[in-house]
Design a protein around this ligand. Sequence first.
Ligand code: ADP
Length: 492
Amino acid sequence: MVLEGVTDFKGKVLVIDDEAVIREGCKKVLSKEGWEVLLASDGEKGLEMCEEVDVVLLDLKMPGPSGMDVLEELLKRDPSLPIIVITGYATVDSAVEAMKKGAYDFIPKPFTPDQLRLVVQRAYEKRWLEKETERLRQEAERTLQDVAREKGRLMTVIECMADGVLLTDHQSRIALLNPAATRLLGIREREGIIGKPLWEVLEAKQLREAIEEALSSEMSKVISQEIKKNDLWIRAHTASVKDLQGHNMGTVTVLEDLSHLLELERMRNEFVGMVSHELRAPLSAIEQMINVVLMKEDLGEKERNFLTRAKERIKGLMDLINKLLEVSRIEAGMAIQRREPLDLKEVVQRVVDLLQGEAINKGLTLSLELPQDPLPPILGDPQGLEGVFVNLLSNAIKYTPNGGKITVSIGLEGDYLRVSVSDTGVGIPKEDLPKIFDKFYRVRTRETRQVIGTGLGLAIVKGIVEAHLGKIEVESEVGKGSTFTVYLPKRV
Ligand code: ADP
């Protein structure tokens, strides 16, 4: 049965009466209404049939166990069962007594079908409402338990997190501090800390200021900063917590422990030192020794050839080592050694002059297009920027077959100075374009297979350009050529 509205509900009614006329009469009236009616001719039978019954109509005057006893027994089994007692004429006293014992209502004999329908319907509604109330109560209890369980789980997660979590209220008082935050912030005693003002417990001035800033800011922004102290290196992200109206309720700070990076940094420095001394030094010694041997006049053609090839391989190795060192320097955030006002025209001119010979040797035309007007200076590292254009121009030479053309041009574009290096070389397939600035990425085609390289040049170029707050773009078509364009901000 689908329960749609309480008035449509029809349940099970048990009629306990020794008078067959009354029993049958009740059944006729109620069945017509849709009730399921069970009949019992005495109290004993009634008690046997009372399970899962919604309403009981009970005659008080019956042979066998008295109506009062049955009433008591029924209520003992189910205290919320609505029992309507059927009383004889002028037996109001017993009706009152039954009500006192817990009967729901009474109906005096003789009663009309309408009276019967009404009292049964009312009793059933009471039963239904009680059941519904109980269901809602249980549901609410379950919800509360769920909330409590969820809260507990969340707290456990926060307590066990490797990252530190610090919450403050809108008056910079500590609202929550997990063990990781206690350790990272060097707080010795966590006991009784909740509710204390931040300045009383927190040494890190930087962090206190960030929390104050987040609290006074109308916007929701995350303030990120790094805090270094002795062996500790922390990255802290602070944000304000707002209510639905957008008012600041407090702040939340997440603290990441980066101390292990200090160890990595030390290892990296050691590695860089090892590479430069242990590899570079012996290699240049070998190169020098080969040079000495090559100076001998009576050297056979074959030997000379071998030694010349060995020298080239050493050059390749040196190039790889230098580029690896440079990448490691860029990744350590040291892409720029120094900054000075520079005339970009001069830097580019120097690089073109340097590589002109190499281009001519390969049968290429290398030209430089300079603007008529003077260009504004940029602020940059001359050595780093020279490296950028040496890399781009060397690539243009490497990847352009004999007879090709390379054009370098400079111009001003808004707030940026633009340097383009165009070639009529082999070009780069579309699918490789997004990857060519990745470390060690090399395009493998029939045309590029013979070209020696490390796949590090463009990664270095991008690193240096970005350290100058610039950007690099590339356009290319296979078989037609490529254009690399560097944009560097002019000095303001
Ligand atoms: P590599 O040492 O291999 O030249 P780069 O990082 O300088 O390393 O370049 C990455 C790849 O991009 C190269 O292997 C090459 O396939 C492609 N590339 C770079 N410049 C050009 C160019 N001017 N023309 C065609 N392909 C190029």
